[in-house]
Design a protein around this ligand. Structure first.
Ligand SMILES: Cc1ncc(COP(=O)(O)O)c(C=O)c1O
Length: 431
């Protein structure tokens, strides 16, 4: 009778002191199988390539480029989607009959469609029709995801869709939950490896220096002085910052901020706590970073960027980032997306600063680490297309300004100077 009462719809909340046992509805078999599939995927993902870029004028300073474009779904969001699904499974948000909903600029949703298919559940992406690239929609659909295109209020649409059947639909909400999902723990000698991107970078630098002795200790290793990354959800840089803090690593996290980034003003000046910044936001910006679609910024609610892990935010013109994307291709052969141009530009700025400020005695084995976020082919119709640039960035000087920024970066590289210092003349073109 006791068990029958617990499983009936009439729940008695009597706080009765009678000894009893209550049983939860669980689906452990399916859940364990799904988690096993994710760990198998972790093994297949292995490590994305780490490329060392050395320039003769940088006196031994390297830029380490972690090429996440080489991940199975072509962006840094592959490891992120893995972490979101692992978190949602571990915490019981996803069951065998759950459909996962997400708001995305495309990359996260591509990774999530892949993970949903891997564990055998349905996935729906809500994207903004005005900004999402066609190739990203095709990629989501290729992995079996359904795409709903909206004009605005995408998070409201996601919440409304989930509210129609809350027991079988789950809003993953990458902006709020990246900070809960993304790992910042070292996996030590355990055979299942952390997905934290700095975990991989540190291992790969150690291996390339021939100093990997199989020990999980961090002592005696070479670390980059800086880690440079932009903020979309803020999850990546926060997970790196927490990893660095937790293990006392001598690495500083530098936020690469776009021209109209709300995160810069939030992290530096505590703005946008009560206002989303939507009225001030200037599209198209740099796809995937600089703005949270969920409203005023609040950690763990509308953003996963944790300002306390940052030491600096460097804000650069959007066309400067696009120009750096082209230069990155010229000097490394990597055709990447515009967030990688943003990261590269800020990494160059930091590399030159290190060269200039540090004394000769410490001028060895210095480096900046940055992420190549995705592949350039996704942006052939947009950031690689001069007609599109001329239209979308007309107010910023269009292709003429873009060419000016490219010349400025090339000249700076050839002279070992900070590219940001010569940007002013290109910005004047807009005036
Ligand atoms: C290509 C690319 N780079 C960078 C980011 C920002 O990373 P995060 O969301 O971890 O802040 C995103 C996010 O969408 C992205 O798609």
């Amino acid at each position: 009778h006791q068990l029958a009462a617990n499983h009936s719809n009439e729940i008695e909340c009597s706080l009765s002191g009678t000894p009893s046992i209550g049983y939860m509805k669980t689906d452990q078999g399916w859940k364990r199988a799904a988690i096993t599939k994710l760990w198998e995927e972790r093994k297949r993902m292995s490590h994305t390539p780490l490329i060392r870029y050395q320039h003769p004028y940088f006196n031994g300073t390297s830029i380490y480029l972690k090429n996440e474009g080489e991940s199975p779904t072509g962006s840094l969001k592959h490891r992120f989607a893995w972490a979101l699904f692992m978190w949602a499974l571990v915490d019981g948000h996803i069951k065998a009959d759950t459909t996962v909903y997400e708001v995305s600029n495309g990359n996260t949703a591509t990774g999530e469609a892949y993970m949903a298919r891997l564990i055998g559940i349905k996935f729906v992406a809500i994207v903004l029709g005005s900004t999402v690239e066609r190739g990203k929609i095709e990629a989501i659909e290729k992995y079996g995801g359904r795409v709903i295109t909206v004009n605005d209020s995408w998070a409201t649409v996601a919440r409304a869709e989930v509210a129609k059947d809350p027991s079988r639909r789950f809003f993953m909400n990458q902006f709020a939950n990246a900070e809960r999902a993304e790992e910042y723990f070292e996996s030590g000698n355990f055979h299942l490896e952390s997905t934290n991107v700095m975990h991989e970078i540190v291992q790969q630098i150690a291996q390339s220096n021939g100093s990997c002795n199989g020990s999980s200790s961090f002592s005696g290793r070479h670390y980059p002085q800086y880690f440079v990354h932009g903020s979309g959800t803020g999850g990546t840089i926060t997970s790196v910052g927490r990893f660095v803090n937790r293990y006392n690593l001598p690495i500083k996290c530098i936020l690469a901020s776009t021209e109209h980034s709300v995160f810069h003003d939030w992290a530096v000046n505590s703005c946008f706590k009560n206002d989303s910044g939507a009225d001030l936001w200037v599209p198209p910006g740099i796809s995937g970073v600089g703005f949270s679609p969920l409203g005023p910024l609040e950690f763990g609610v509308t953003t996963s960027l944790l300002p306390s892990v940052l030491t600096r935010s460097v804000k650069v013109p959007d066309l400067g980032s696009v120009a750096a994307m082209f230069v990155l291709h010229e000097v490394t052969g990597i055709a990447a997306g515009p967030t990688s141009g943003l990261n590269f530009l800020v990494a160059l700025h930091m590399a030159v600063e290190m060269n200039t400020k540090q004394s000769e005695s410490v001028k060895q084995a210095r480096s900046v680490a940055m992420i190549v976020g995705d592949k350039g082919e996704k942006y052939f119709d947009t950031y690689y297309n001069r007609t599109w640039i001329e239209q979308k960035f007309k107010a910023k000087g269009g292709v003429e300004a873009l060419d000016c920024y490219q010349r400025a970066i090339r000249t700076a590289l050839n002279n070992g100077q900070d590219p940001l210092r010569s940007f002013q003349s290109c910005q004047l073109m807009t005036g």
